[in-house]
Design a protein around this ligand. Structure first.
Ligand code: NAD
Ligand code: IPM
Ligand code: MN
Length: 360
């Protein structure tokens, strides 16, 4: 049975890394006779420029019809002055996440041993690192109401957002995290700010309650400020981390650097049924866009996650991951993961090398 895969390249380096993921997917599609029906569509700034909307109806229809979606990145300085709800981030990316109810965001930070030198942290701190950040993606302060900027009676403007989670939202992301922990090291650290914020006091209570259903999983709690510090001090103490939308956004960028570069960190955003959107954790990198030097590996590894998690295609997923391992063994590095003695390659050369490894 054929499966519809929608590619949303987006903005900045998005189209550059999407092209490399497309090459990889086209190849495994042939090699394994996967029957993937590949399509693409505009989203974000590219869609604003072409159609005046970050998520045009034509794109949304394809998103809805797809079995899985692979997104590059959206946003950039060109669109930063638009009203918030029209911008690529809120009007495109967050809208897809919300409308598809992609609440479960998995961000695995795994250090490829070949990149132990590329991390800015000492090799023994990161070697063997394999942690999973489970981030709630469709709630919290990103979506809470009321929100806005208003002028107070004294003429002073005030910006405000609302940090809100209900028990059901907490429970369902908790369940994703406990289930993930069961398949891994059975240790779950819930990150909150329960010393100050009521919303996370409730978060902690619900996690504790849920843990009764998972007696094999060792649940611990940590305040987010300490968690940020512990992630760079001794990241291997963690197995699975579960946290809310904004804390997860911040902690996952920090975790990315443990793996050498944000250009290495993939992600999956899933609904209750496993339909998902897959994207690298990084953004559109306007500072290097158009130069052909972006690292396409987070995008390519995201494609592998998509095959595995949403399409049930384990063999090609594992083969792509093995191919990434091979190119790293060969010493090929884009600038962000380059170190002395390694061969510096472009985005296209890195994609070509993965394709070559898949063919060999
Ligand atoms: P960013 O992740 O785009 O870039 C941060 C730094 O990391 C930059 O120096 C960039 O060059 C580098 N970098 C990122 N990805 C890389 C890659 N694959 N290879 C090599 N280097 C890479 O974050 P930012 O600069 O804060 O944001 C830029 C734009 O991207 C903003 O408009 C932001 O809203 C958007 N953004 C989008 C997403 C997304 O679509 N999922 C995620 C994050 C940020
Ligand atoms: C991410 C990004 C997005 C987020 C932005 C672009 C809205 O930073 O996917 O990590 O904050 O979720
Ligand atoms: Mn982010």
């Amino acid at each position: 049975m054929s499966k519809k895969v929608l590619l949303l390249p987006g903005d900045g380096i998005g189209p550059e890394i999407a092209a490399e993921a497309r090459k990889v997917l086209d190849l495994v599609n042939d090699q394994f006779s996967l029957g993937l029906e590949m399509d693409d569509a505009l989203v974000g700034g590219a869609a604003i420029d072409a159609e005046g909307d970050a998520l045009p109806t034509t794109t949304w229809e394809k998103v809805e019809a797809a079995d899985a979606i692979l997104l590059g990145a959206v946003g950039g300085p060109k669109w930063d002055t638009l009203p918030p709800s029209e911008r690529p981030e809120k009007g495109g990316l967050l809208k897809i996440r919300a409308q598809l109810d992609l609440f479960g965001n998995l961000r695995p930070a795994i250090l490829y041993p070949q990149l132990a030198h590329a991390s800015t942290l000492k090799e023994d701190v990161v070697s063997g690192l394999d942690i999973l950040i489970v981030r709630e993606l469709t709630g919290g302060i990103y979506f809470g109401e009321p929100r806005g900027i208003k002028t107070k009676e004294n003429g002073v403007r005030e910006g405000y957002n609302t940090y809100v989670y209900d028990e059901e939202q907490i429970r369902r992301i908790g369940r994703v995290a406990f289930e993930a922990a069961m398949k891994r090291g059975k240790r779950l650290c819930s990150v909150d700010k329960a010393n100050v914020l009521e919303v996370t006091m409730l978060w902690r209570e619900v996690m504790e309650d849920l843990s009764k259903e998972y007696p094999e999983v060792e649940l611990s709690h940590m305040y987010v400020d300490n968690a940020a510090m512990q992630l760079v001090r001794a990241p291997k103490q963690f197995d699975v981390i579960v946290t809310g939308n904004m804390f997860g956004d911040i902690l996952s960028d920090a975790a990315a650097m443990l793996t050498g570069s944000i250009g290495m960190l993939p992600s999956a955003s899933l609904d209750v049924n496993g339909k998902g959107m897959y994207e690298p954790c990084h953004g559109s990198a306007p500072d290097i866009a158009g130069q052909g030097i972006a690292n396409p590996l987070a995008m390519i590894i995201s494609a592998a996650m998509m095959l595995r998690h949403s399409l049930g295609m384990e063999a090609p997923a594992a083969k792509i991951e093995a191919a990434v391992d091979v190119v790293l063994d060969q010493g090929l590095r884009t600038g962000d993961i380059w170190s002395e003695g390694m061969q510096k390659v472009s985005t296209v050369e890195m994609g070509d090398a993965v394709v070559a490894a898949l063919k060999s």
